[in-house]
Design a protein around this ligand. Structure first.
Ligand SMILES: [Zn+2]
Length: 283
């Protein structure tokens, strides 16, 4: 499942193909993804300029010259592929259409952006740009972890009231938007906090220390994504999936990387998801 850094990487990869460019025509090959597509989607996504390509949490937001915003969620298996960009940013020829190419954006600069999603947990919707924040998918979101509204007092206040494990609290999209399983595991490792610890029982100082850790964990992953973008242009044109080295995630049974820590990374299941942590240095 793409997390925030992957979605940000997709956004950056799409910028040269889409931002400031007229969307000439949209090809929609089925009636729905996770939910039905909006009414008259083909019509509303033809001959409109993409004024801005933004991200909110794990959603891509395309602000259009028509005054509407296209909200795109990649879901579990959604992929964006860019081909045929005449500016030379992308070297790929247009590929043969594939079975799960559900939506294809034909751009005025010759680029073609294909949304492929075999499992169809992705979603697209259109909403007036001035009400985009009130869309049901976005209205429930807390502050962006890399934005100014996410700060120490916010996180201290949000966790203080929680009797749940800190792992679940950090996954709550109303507390901080877009933080997923992988980056919560990495954050708690760097903070030295056990994922089982009750959120409300952690000292304010330790909670405050998590704020810059969350930012750096995400920034480093976005950096890794940026490097993958430079490589991907020579590969198959698919955006957003990249190799990244994790300290605890998916490292069950391997030695802890904290200097002088004798611990071995453990895996437990919390709310149906795997938590990876070092029982020795995460308390
Ligand atoms: Zn350790």
């Amino acid at each position: 499942m793409p997390e925030l850094p992957e979605v940000e990487t997709v956004r950056r990869g799409l910028l040269p193909a889409m931002e400031g460019v007229v969307l000439k025509r949209t090809e929609v090959n089925r009636p729905d993804l996770r939910w039905p597509f909006p009414d008259r989607m083909v019509e509303r996504l033809s001959e409109v300029r993409v004024e801005r390509l933004r991200r909110r949490s794990k959603y891509l937001l395309l602000d259009l010259s028509s005054g509407e915003t296209l909200i795109v969620h990649l879901g579990m298996s959604g992929r964006m592929t860019v081909s045929g960009d005449p500016l030379g940013q992308f070297l790929h020829d247009h590929p043969m259409p594939e079975k799960h190419d559900h939506v294809v954006f034909h751009m005025g600069n010759g680029a073609r952006v294909t949304f492929n999603d075999p499992r169809r947990f992705g979603a697209m919707d259109l909403i007036p740009t001035d009400r985009a924040d009130q869309h049901k998918l976005l209205a429930v979101l807390g502050p962006e972890p890399l934005g100014n509204r996410f700060d120490e007092p916010h996180l201290i206040a949000a966790l203080k009231a929680r009797n749940t494990p800190v792992k679940s609290a950090l996954l709550d999209q109303g507390i901080v938007a877009g933080l997923g399983n992988i980056y919560v595991c990495e954050t708690l490792y760097r903070a030295g906090i056990s994922p089982r610890r009750k959120a409300g029982r952690i000292s304010a100082a330790r909670v405050a220390a998590m704020v810059p850790i969350i930012r750096s964990v995400l920034f480093e992953a976005i950096e890794a994504g940026g490097s993958s973008l430079r490589d991907f242009r020579q590969a198959d044109g698919e955006l957003g999936y990249f190799q990244h080295r994790f300290d605890v995630y998916d490292r069950e049974g391997q030695p802890c990387r904290t200097p002088d820590c004798p611990g071995v990374i453990a895996r437990i299941v919390q709310s149906g998801r795997s938590s990876f942590y070092c029982p020795s240095c995460q308390r």
